[in-house]
Design a protein. Structure first.
Length: 60
C-alpha cells in the first residue's frame, strides 16, 4: 500500500468517526505514519496565542 492509500484510509476513518473538520499538514517533526490531533476552540483558534495560553500581552 502506498502513502496515498494510507492517507485516504486515515481520512475515511476520521469521517466515519464523525470528524467534521479536517486539516492535513505534512510535518518532518512527526514520525512517518503517525498523526496528531488539534482540538478546535472556535472558528480560528487552533494554534493561536489564546488557545495555547501564550498570550503576548498577558499580565503576570
Amino acid at each position: 500500500m502506498d502513502s496515498r492509500d494510507d492517507i485516504m484510509k486515515m481520512l475515511d476513518h476520521m469521517i466515519e468517526a464523525g470528524v467534521s473538520r479536517i486539516k492535513v499538514e505534512v510535518s518532518e517533526e512527526i514520525e512517518g505514519g503517525k498523526t496528531k490531533k488539534a482540538y478546535h476552540h472556535g472558528r480560528c483558534d487552533v494554534g493561536s496565542p489564546f488557545a495555547t495560553g501564550q498570550l503576548f500581552d498577558l499580565e503576570e
